[in-house]
Design a protein around this ligand. Sequence first.
Ligand code: F1P
Length: 346
Amino acid sequence: IRDCMRGRIYPEQGKVQLGGIKEYTEKLKNVDRIIIVACGTSWHAGLVGEYLIEEYARVPVEVEYASEFRYRNPIITEKDLVIAISQSGETADTMAAIELAKEKGATIFGVCNVVGASIPRTTHAGVYTHAGPEIGVASTKAFTAQVTVLTLMAFYIAQQRGTITRSKLVEYLTELNQIPELVERTLKVNDKVKEIAERFKDSNNCIFLGRGSSFPVALEGALKLKEISYIHAEGYPAAEMKHGPIALIDDAMPVVFIATKNSSYEKVVSNIQEVKARGGHVIAIVSEGDVDVKEMAEYTIEIPQTSEAFVPLLATIPLQLLAYHIAVMRGCNVDQPRNLAKSVTV
Ligand code: F1P
C-alpha cells in the first residue's frame, strides 16, 4: 500500500497525482459512465472501486465479469471509459473484453501489477499497483494494492470534477496515509484468527456477509476460502440474506460478518441477530472497542476504526488469514491450489 501511494498523494495539499492517466484529465472531467472489467479477485476490487468512484466522483460505474462481457453484445461507445483490472496483466478474458471495448472506440485504462505485461501494453493509459511479485496463485496483496489504486483514482476523478472539496481531500488523504500502520496493527489479529480457524477447519460451508464497500470484502473472503481451502463458501450483501441464503443457516454454518462501526452498523447488528436466532455461528470483524457485537458473536476480530472508504483495506486481511490458516490446517498447498493457474491465459 505504501509503494502504491508513494509520489501519488500529497495529504497536506489535498492532492492526488496519477502520472499514468494525467493525459486523460479532460476525459475524466466529462465522462458519463465507467465500465470496470476484471475476473476473480480483481473483479471484487472493481466492486470496491464502483463504491468509491460513485461515492466521491459521482460517475455511474458498472462492474462486469470480463469472462461474460466478452461474449455478449454490450452497449459501449466512444464516450465510455473502461478500466481493466488484472494482477498478472495476462488474463485472456480481460484481454478479450479490452479488445471488444477498443473496437467500439472506448478509452481503456489498466490497473495491473506486472509491468510491461500484455494488458498494460494494450491499454491507452493506466496505473500500476506496485504490489511486488505475487508468489501464490491466489491474489492477496495484489487485491489490497488494486483497492488502493482505485481509491486514488476515485479521489483523482473527484478532484478533476470538483465533486470533493480540498479540505475533505486533506482529511481523507491524511487518513489514507496512515493505513499502512493500521494494516500492521491489523496483522496482530493473527493468533486470534488461528484460534477461529482451528474451531471451523472441518466445516463444509461458510457464509460471508457485509454491506456497502464491505460486500465485496465478503465476496473476497469467500473466494479465498474456496480457492485455497476447498470449502464451499458464498459471500452476499448482508441485506440479501433474507431473500434466500437464510434458508442455509443452521448450527453447522459459520457466518462471517464485516460489522465495523460505519454507516450500516445498526443494520448489520440486526442481521447478526437473525443468524444467531437460527443457530448459526457468528464470527464478526468489528471496530476496536466494539461492545454490542462482541456480546452477540461467538468470535470477534477487532480491527482499527477507519472511514468507510478504507474499511476494505483492513477488513480483508483477517479474512485472507482465516483462509490461509484453515488451508494449512487441512493440509492444502496454499501457494499452488489445485486446478488454479496464476494467469488464466486461455
Ligand atoms: C484473475 C484471477 C485471480 C485469481 C487466480 C486466477 O487474475 O481470477 O483473481 O486469484 O489467480 O485469476 P488477474 O487477471 O488479476 O491476474
